[in-house]
Design a protein around this ligand. Sequence first.
Ligand code: KE4
Length: 436
Amino acid sequence: MSTEAPKSSALFVRAQKVIPGGVNSPVRAFRAVGGTPRFIARADGAYMWDADGQRYIDYIGSWGPMILGHGHPAVLEAVTKAARDGLSFGAPTEREIELAEEILKLVPSMDQVRLVSSGTEAAMTAIRLARGATGRSRFIKFEGCYHGHADALLVKAGSGLATFGNPTSAGVPPEVVQHTMVLEYNNLGQLDEAFALHGSEIACVMIEPIAGNMNFVRASVPFVKRLRELCSQHGALLVFDEVMTGFRVALGSAQSLYAQAIPGFAPDISVFGKVIGGGMPLAAFGARRAVMEQLAPLGPVYQAGTLSGNPVATACGLATLREIQRPGFYEGLATRTQSLVSGLLGAARDAGVPMCGDSQGGMFGFFFSRASGDPLPQNYGAVMATDKERFNSFFHGILERGVYLAPALYEAGFVSAAHSAADIEATVAAARAALA
Ligand code: KE4
């Protein structure tokens, strides 16, 4: 047990002098849960050690990328060799072809893919590509889904359907988000109404198929089925943002799960990140050839990047994608993750604390319900109505016991192939103690 983190505290003070909020990405600052962010010194397998030498079982995994666990030997070997051959050329390489081929083999809805350096870049370009390919400006996103920090995507639901989103960030002029419509996740009525009103003007609909930015909320099969039908009817492109779910919830990503439930289902554009970079800056987007050929240098939709397809990042991603294809990889990961969630739910039940949870592959989420028996939240409003205070005290209670969960109620959790049954048992034991 350790409630103090003196070295992290000192580092946090020093960091805040030179970096806004002391972090390079806001969620890391622990502002949602309070307390001192742990400055991590190193990681290995399922564990991270902070600057004070405290070990944590890691359920963030860099917010998804570390599906193999930290320091996988095959990944380290590939990255080390690639680094020796050259960090960056700004010229095409064979490994970019190999990675593109590997991704396309695993995601049959795409004929071509373009590699970029972050999920934001990939999602932003997917919107531009959809707009360029359709000649339309409007697009739909859903409240509670996060697609990176491009201006047009930093939008919260407007007051009513007909109105458009309002910026969630300063520095985003209203006219930049005037074409962005924000609907309620899983709300079939709103979807039908939006297409009835604006169908011919909608370039695309962008959705997280399992919304990991609302902790863990599944798009219902009827909702996705209707979404596909409406997009096809009105000539809008369906964009699956699989930055978090891609190769995390299944080898074929979330879209393969919906294709099992909805015969012939496929999105038009898919966005990937996190796992495909294996922890290094790499993301991607792809679609059928006719759409992708709208992109520069072939077509009129511009997009570029100095480090796109970076040779070290592609080595890391390729090594990762090869490892996850090993027989039984996802069965093992899903079993481990399910045992974690059922262990947490059992601990909560024994403590008389209302909790619900869900998982798919190596991604999980749980909520402190207001009352036992409450259903899993189906949209942002329901997620934000769960017990945040309880989440925050649980987060610290289990952190002090060496378990590092996502420091925010609205974030998902991730299990890696390196997490052992013993790690899961230790996590559940820490949860029991924290809940008590
Ligand atoms: P990045 O630009 O952070 O690589 O990706 C943006 C993005 C796009 N789409 C989805 C579905 C995402 O989850 C993300 C990024 N996810 C957050 C975690 N909720 C990254 C963590 C952070 O912001 O520091």
